[in-house]
Design a protein around this ligand. Sequence first.
Ligand code: EPZ
Length: 429
Amino acid sequence: MMNVMAIEGGIPLRGTVRAQGAKNAALPVMAACLLLRGQALMLDNVPNLYDVSTMVELLSTLGVSVDREQPGGRVRLSVPEEVSWEAPESLVRKMRASSLVLGPLLARCGKAALPLPGGCSIGSRPIDLHLKGLVQMGAKIEIRSGVVYAQAGRLRGRRIYLDFPSVGATENLMMAAALAHGETIIENIAREPEIDNLAAVLAGMGVPIEIEGTGCVRIRGVDEVHSASERVIPDRIEASTYILAGVMTGGQITVADVIPAHIDAILARLEEAGARFAVTRNAVTVFPVERLQSVSLKTMPFPGFPTDLQSPMLAALSLASGVSMVEESVFQARFLCADELNRMGANIVIKGNTAVINGVRQLQGASVKATDLRAGAALILAGLAARGQTQVEEMVHVWRGYEAIDEKLRSLGARVRLAGTPAEGEQGA
Ligand code: EPZ
């Protein structure tokens, strides 16, 4: 894929796009295949993304045979009797979600070696909650030269309380509990919809699992799991990004194959800001409005306003009338796109973990750089709304989570084209 997107802004976008399969559901459910022994996991609606390719590469390195049928996103993961229990550093460093192989590998092999995932541009992102839960289940954990070595006879079911409703820790511990001896109760779990998708896959594999409304999950460990087939849920963050594209360009966009309940917090904030949309069972249509009003919000774990939509929302509120306040409570430093938006004429001031956004009438096209996946999406949205030409560089970040975003935008009437050198180390996404 090319590493620069050139955008001619100011065109109201119109039409229908279909939400991709959720990146943050596909990655954990793919890792869950490692619980199988000589069986296969069939997945549908897996998005065609760099991060999915990285997970395919990681699982293949561990011994899993992966067949991908595109389009349609059907992936077959055939797992041999024996798999490697050592995750290669190069891949773990490339994608934090690689740490999701730790729980299943430890549960199934009795040991696992995982290089500590590096920090990234949005914060240090440790995995201390993952490790603490595994130790409570009987694992011996040692960290030597930046590699986590975990050993366990058979993990034992326990009652575990998560100090923070970490998505990754919830997922790793659910997968570890699937083959543990006895029942595991995890309290204060993440409530993101992607957790329910993983629970459905584990249940499909024969694991008795029950998510209770109180933010607690009960899992009765089994000796063996069996083949399963499951569909990946729609990507609520990608879907919301296209809804914001409609709002920001004064167009009319229908996002199909979305689950409205998954984006309640986003629709509530947009409605408060004066956006108008129609919601059906599996689609959202956004209608043109003159200009958004400013709103204030704080990112929170689900069902609160998602941190993954914070940067795209900064872009949208840059054009709202009045002063908006956006507080980031999940990650340490996730306002990197503010500087780049300001280069396009936005007026955003960062004070600690709060962005103060003084709305402006118009953004100007400019050459800007994506620093992470969602910052890249925010800059593309800004470019679509701005007057003149915008070049978004470092698109390699965007290809990690937005399938065919250039084609989808062109199908809505956007004037975008890819240019520049191919991303270094690019894969055939
Ligand atoms: C998942 O990351 C998502 N990634 C992220 O999406 C998302 O932003 C995040 O959840 C929050 O919703 C995937 O699902 C692959 P966390 P994860 O564990 O699991 C701290 C995107 O753009 N923490 O809920 O890493 C951590 O540092 C990506 O699609 C610990 O301190 O998120 C962070 O500040 C970005 N110790 C906060 O909790 C731990 O052991 C949330 O982390 C684990 C987490």
